[in-house]
Design a protein around this ligand. Structure first.
Ligand code: M6R
Length: 609
């Protein structure tokens, strides 16, 4: 997804912009560009491709700009190209704009601007913005921005640079994140905190409709009617190194290995040491509200949806309330039977996913209470939900979600236990057994990470495959879906997950000699059935790698490779089972020379529909 940076101050502008854009690379992009106020004009440099292409363009040039803006673009309106890259300018080159989001009414605006004599160069929705600036400008950039946003429908985080007012940057957000970094005699703008961390930890997180008037000396924040907004400083506590690779070859690998710590952080402070009850102080629902819940909905996208599938199993089992689960892009349009008696749980690592945010809004419009499980403090989803449960996974940079998923699973379990406690649906001994096992999960994940040789052997043999199948029953089926998504996403191997009992209803036709099948057999009550399903695929000469709990009998006799996992409570098994699948996807991707952290066509944060 697109990234924005801005700088105003005495230091050389170009390196600051390029470093900031580099820190935002993880968001995924196809082109990049910068604009600077230089002498008597605004200079714009933009190139399709990775940042190196832009660096090459700038190489050897001298600049004396005091302000600049930069952008990494992920194409929506108009293909990736130099011309469609941001920043965009007006006819006379007096305004330069970088923008994230989508201007939904750009077509009528463009037609009107063309009728007024404006000349467009790109295919983007964004280009209407500098032309609107040009049309409305009367000597005050802030007032012009206020006037422009009144014309806009859609989502935007934008930063504007004006030739006539070289000493300021003006920024505004609506449904797309934007942060101001506060320095001394200099100030910064960025769509995401990692771009600011090496300069400042003091920030203003802009809210929808807020406009930041940024000069080297200070930052004034105004609402869309020009009234001053008193902002409190948000001090970022992350370590800069935390947002970098820390010695691993890829962010994804680093994040896989961070899971033991992340899982512990998710639990930290949430289990009362005396009573060993779950305490979720962030959730402000009263016990009466909890007792009145008639139905629970879970909605999310991608990996977060897969975490929701596990959540459904856990909550139904522990709380005995019916749980419906939907992909957010379906939920928002299917007229769901959500009402004031419903609790809607939205799950999103980034807290910015457009479909999940829309599902949240739709649920609230229908009177439901919304509980968000998210990783990003002060994200849009966090701000709009009634209650929030942060996953505390730390920044997740790789496009492929790993530690976010396992910490989301932990949150699902915390929610299940919390609701069950209030509604009195879980025997004390069972609650204690689950909590005891939750506390051990971090160490068990570490043990799995230290003992995954089976995967290396499998990767050596199957890195050249173009197809793979993941099978499982019950909770194992939901984890199989996540394993298949991971493999597809980063290694580009076509992978499908099937409920093992469904094989003979069609998929078995695809199982032929040598096809790799990853069989998950961690659920004790379904174990015998799974062994039969493994025999079914072995009879068609597939090669099977099975994942089973320590002590599982007979699996060695039927599967070609077996990876044993430390045993745990069946509801918690997904947290362990997914780890070898993450590593499998990672090692396959490396063996196939794929761009692990930024897989083709994908973005980390999907803030458009
Ligand atoms: O930030 P979110 O959790 O809302 O993102 C949802 C999906 O886009 C995300 O999980 C995606 O499926 C991952 N790239 C999968 O690894």
């Amino acid at each position: 997804m697109c990234g924005i940076v801005g700088y105003i101050g005495p230091r050389p502008v170009v390196p600051i912009l390029l470093d900031g854009l580099k820190k935002l690379e993880y968001r995924g992009y196809d082109s990049s560009g910068i604009a600077l106020t230089e002498g008597n004009g605004i200079e714009v440099f933009k190139r399709q491709g990775k940042l190196d292409a832009l660096r090459e363009e700038l190489n050897g040039r001298e600049f004396c700009a005091a302000a600049g803006i930069g952008h990494t673009r992920w194409a929506t309106h108009g293909r990736p190209s130099d011309i469609n890259a941001h920043p965009h300018t007006d006819c006379q080159g007096r305004f330069a704009v970088v923008h994230n989001g989508i201007i939904e009414n750009y077509l009528p605006l463009k037609e009107w601007l063309i009728s007024m004599g404006h000349i467009f160069r790109s295919e983007t929705d964004t280009e209407v913005l500098p032309h609107l600036m040009e049309e409305f400008y009367e000597g005050d950039l802030v007032r012009t921005v206020m006037r422009v946003i009144r014309k806009l429908e859609g989502s935007y985080a934008m930063v504007v640079l004006a030739l006539d007012e070289p000493g300021r940057l003006v920024a505004v957000r609506q449904d797309s994140p934007l942060v101001v970094g506060l320095g001394e005699g200099e100030n910064f703008l960025a769509s995401d905190i990692p771009a600011l961390l090496c300069h400042t930890r003091n920030t203003y997180i802009l809210e929808d409709g807020e406009i930041a008037d940024v000069t080297p000396e200070g930052v004034a924040v105004l609402d869309r009617d020009g009234r001053k907004v008193e902002k409190s400083v948000f001090h970022v506590k992350w370590e800069a190194a935390q947002a970098e690779k820390g010695g691993y070859d890829h962010f994804m690998l680093k994040e896989i290995y961070e899971q033991p710590r992340a899982l512990k952080d998710t639990l930290s402070g949430r289990i009362d040491p005396d009573s060993s009850r779950v305490v979720l102080s962030e959730i402000r629902m009263t016990p009466e509200q909890v007792r009145n819940i008639k139905k629970i909905f879970i909605t999310a996208c991608g990996t977060a949806y897969h975490a929701g599938l596990v959540g459904k199993h856990i909550i139904e089992k522990l709380v005995r309330i019916p749980v419906e689960i939907d992909i957010a892009s379906e939920f928002r349009y299917r007229d769901p039977l959500v009402d004031g008696d419903s609790l809607v749980i939205v799950v999103s690592q980034s807290g910015e996913t457009a479909d999940t945010l829309a599902a949240l809004r739709e649920s609230r419009r229908r009177g439901a209470r919304v509980l968000a499980v998210t990783n990003v403090v002060d994200s849009s989803i966090a701000r709009e939900a009634d209650d929030i449960l942060y996953t505390w996974a730390g920044p997740e940079i790789a496009v492929a979600s790993t530690k976010a998923y396992t910490t989301q699973l932990m949150c699902m379990c915390l929610i299940g236990l919390y609701l069950a406690d209030i509604r009195g649906t879980l025997p004390e001994a069972e609650r204690k057994a689950i909590i005891r096992e939750m506390r051990k999960l971090g160490d068990k994940v570490r043990a799995i990470l230290e003992n995954c040789n089976v995967i290396d052997r499998f990767v050596q043999d199957y890195a050249g495959s173009e197809n793979a199948f993941f099978i499982g029953r019950g909770l194992d089926h939901t984890v199989a879906m996540e394993g298949a998504l991971k493999l597809k996403e980063i290694s580009y191997i076509h992978a499908e997950a099937y409920a093992a009992g469904e094989l003979k209803h069609g998929t078995l036709a695809l199982i032929v000699k040598g096809v790799p099948v990853i069989a998950l057999a961690t659920q004790q009550d379904l174990y015998e059935k799974m062994v039969s399903n493994i025999k079914e695929v072995k009879a068609r000469e597939a090669t099977v790698m099975a994942l089973a709990m320590n002590g599982a009998k007979d699996v060695e006799k039927v599967a070609d490779h077996v990876l044993h996992l430390p045993s745990t409570h069946p509801l918690l098994a997904p947290v362990l089972t997914v780890v070898p699948l993450q590593l499998l996807a990672y090692r396959m991707a490396v063996a196939r020379n794929c761009d692990v952290d930024q897989p083709r066509n994908l973005a980390k944060s999907v803030t458009v529909e």
